[in-house]
Design a binder for this molecule. Sequence first.
Ligand SMILES: Nc1ncnc2c1ncn2[C@@H]1O[C@H](COP(=O)(O)OP(=O)(O)OP(=O)(O)O)[C@@H](O)[C@H]1O
Ligand SMILES: [Mg+2]
Ligand SMILES: [Zn+2]
Length: 151
Amino acid sequence: MKQLTISKIKEGTVIDHINAGKALLVLKILGIHSNSTETVSMAMNVPSKKMGKKDIVKVEGKFINEEQLNKIALIAPNATINLIKDYEIQKKFKVVLPEFIEGIIKCPNRNCISNSDEPITSKFRVWFDKNVVAQCYYCRRKVKEISEYIY
Ligand SMILES: Nc1ncnc2c1ncn2[C@@H]1O[C@H](COP(=O)(O)OP(=O)(O)OP(=O)(O)O)[C@@H](O)[C@H]1O
Ligand SMILES: [Mg+2]
Ligand SMILES: [Zn+2]
C-alpha cells in the first residue's frame, strides 16, 4: 500500500476516526487557528476500513480537556483519542457521547427561553440515531446539524 509519511509527534494528541470533513471543526474546538504556533498535522478524506473516509488531527504538545472531548464527541462520535508520550501511544480511548450537555450548543429556536434575556444556560439531551441528535430541554427543538450550533 502507498502511504504518505507524516513525521511522528513526541508528545501530544492524535485524534483519529473523525467523520470525514470535520477536522477543521476539531481544530477550532481545540482552539487552533491561523495564528497558532503548535505543530499540527491534519489529513482529510483519507480512506478508512471502518468509516469509508475519515479525517485525522495530530497536535504536538497539546492534551485535551473534558469540555473539548464532549464537543468532539458531538461532531465526531466515532473519534479515537490517542495520547502520545515519547513517540508511543500511552493511552487510547474512544470519545463518549454525553447524555446531557449544558452551555455547549445554542438552541436554533429563536423564541426559546435559552435565547432570551433571561440568564438561562442552554441544555440539551443527546443521543445517537444514525447521527448525533440533540433535543433542547426547554423547547424540545431537535438539532441535527450540531456543528452549526456549537458556541
Ligand atoms: N508518535 C506518533 N505521532 C503521530 N501519530 C501517531 C504516533 N503514534 C501513533 N500515531 C497515530 O495514531 C493512530 C493510531 O495508531 P495505531 O498504531 O494504534 O493504529 P491502529 O492500529 O490503526 O489503531 P486503531 O485501531 O485505533 O485504528 C494512527 O493514526 C497513527 O498514525
Ligand atoms: Mg487504524
Ligand atoms: Zn430551545
